[in-house]
Design a protein around this ligand. Structure first.
Ligand SMILES: [Zn+2]
Ligand SMILES: [Zn+2]
Length: 383
């Protein structure tokens, strides 16, 4: 049931903001824990009531018969078995111990908190590296501006549900193998609200909310990972009866990149190095994820599969901005076609470097390297 916030402050439902503030100040002076240590709970209650009634949005919910602080209880959302599910059976068995059959359940009120909403947004690796502003389209329930959430037409009022007499639920006795079992079901007429609207708002049909599509821009911070969600408080679904909106979650998905493979904050790429450059050593320029370039040092005698690390050219870490590293995997390329002069030079190279070729079988090499990828190796003499 909704708490009587006006009653807690001792003011009428039509009280002005000034009257509410005055009533709170007076009570707060009397009940403050420094003055009156025994009144701590009462002080908290009064403070909560003031916080609710001094917030126009929350006060509107109170005036509509709801409780903005009700949260996921009273059969809404928090019941793991869902309203009308297994929870009813447990309540039947344990009802006596918790102070009465169906105790604390009652009608759940028409004004209830809204559900969260979820939309997806797809980012390139460059956008993840730099952070991005993305336009999204959301389709959620919003407050009905005709009835302001009350669900009623003009000045008409809701009436107590005739089927459940306002209880929001219907009890029935059933015979089963357990003997006589009492079950409690949500009232099918009012769906647990306890009242019905005989003359509903023409725009929303009594729900107090309508669906609306809007576009908005959402800021995605640099360094997010696939599957992460950005939460936008209060941008989700408005609740039944114009209840406070749930949150909107924007879930990030990362597009595959043609060049870089991501590993946390580090990036990996493959760089092709001509055979001669791998043997003699060189410096190469590679593109980085943020559109710049970095210089790679290829040491003389570089072997295929060598990984060169470029510090700070990976992705920024979420929130800290400290950047990971770029790992360049060097792919040594042997020319497929060579002309006569190149062929002569290579033959000459073979002669001066000697004929010594160390043949290592796949098995023995794998054992020596602890099972890593292996291949035949041509060891140049003296290197
Ligand atoms: Zn309406
Ligand atoms: Zn009913």
């Amino acid at each position: 049931m909704a708490r009587d916030y006006y009653g807690i402050l001792g003011v009428s439902a039509g009280a002005s903001d000034q009257e509410i503030k005055r009533a709170y100040r007076k009570l707060a002076r009397e009940l403050h824990p420094d003055v009156n240590p025994d009144a701590e709970d009462k002080f908290k209650e009064v403070t909560t009531a003031y916080e609710v009634l001094s917030d126009p949005e929350r006060r509107r919910i109170v005036d509509a018969g709801g409780d903005p602080l009700a949260g996921p209880s009273g059969g809404f959302g928090g019941d793991p078995f869902g309203a009308g599910g297994l929870g009813d059976i447990f309540q039947t068995f344990f009802g006596g111990a918790t102070g009465g059959f169906g105790g604390g359940r009652g009608p759940r009120g028409r004004v209830r908190p809204g559900e969260p909403a979820l939309v997806g947004v797809s980012l390139t690796l460059e956008e993840i590296a730099a952070g991005a502003r993305k336009e999204i389209t959301v389709d959620t329930a919003v407050l009905c501006d005709t009835c302001k959430g009350s669900g009623t037409r003009d000045d008409s009022k809701p009436v107590t549900c005739a089927t459940c007499k306002g209880a929001g639920e219907i009890q029935a006795v059933q015979r089963s193998f357990l003997g006589q079992v009492m079950t409690v079901r949500e009232c099918p007429e009012c769906h647990g609200v306890g009242e019905t609207i005989p003359d509903p708002c023409l725009k929303c049909g009594g729900d107090g909310r309508v669906r609306s599509r809007r576009t908005m821009t959402v800021k995605i911070p640099a360094g997010v990972q696939d599957g992460m969600r950005v939460r936008l408080a209060g941008q989700g679904e408005v609740g039944p009866g114009g209840g406070p909106a749930g949150d909107l979650y924007v879930e990030v998905s990362e597009q595959a990149d043609d060049v870089f493979v991501r590993d946390g904050d580090d990036l990996h790429c493959t760089v092709r190095v001509p055979m001669v450059d791998a043997a003699l050593g060189t410096e190469l320029t590679v593109d980085t994820v943020l559109g710049g370039s970095a210089t790679l040092t290829v040491e003389p005698g570089t072997q295929p599969g060598t990984v060169v690390r470029v510090r700070g050219q990976g992705l920024p870490h979420l929130n800290s901005g400290v950047r990971g590293d770029l790992h360049a995997h060097l792919d040594v390329v042997v020319p497929k076609r060579i002309d006569g002069r190149q062929s002569d030079l290579l033959r000459e190279l073979r002669e001066v470097s000697g004929e010594e070729v160390e043949l290592v079988t796949a098995t023995s090499k794998a054992a020596a390297n602890g099972g890593l990828f292996s291949k035949l190796r041509n060891a140049f003499a003296g290197r």
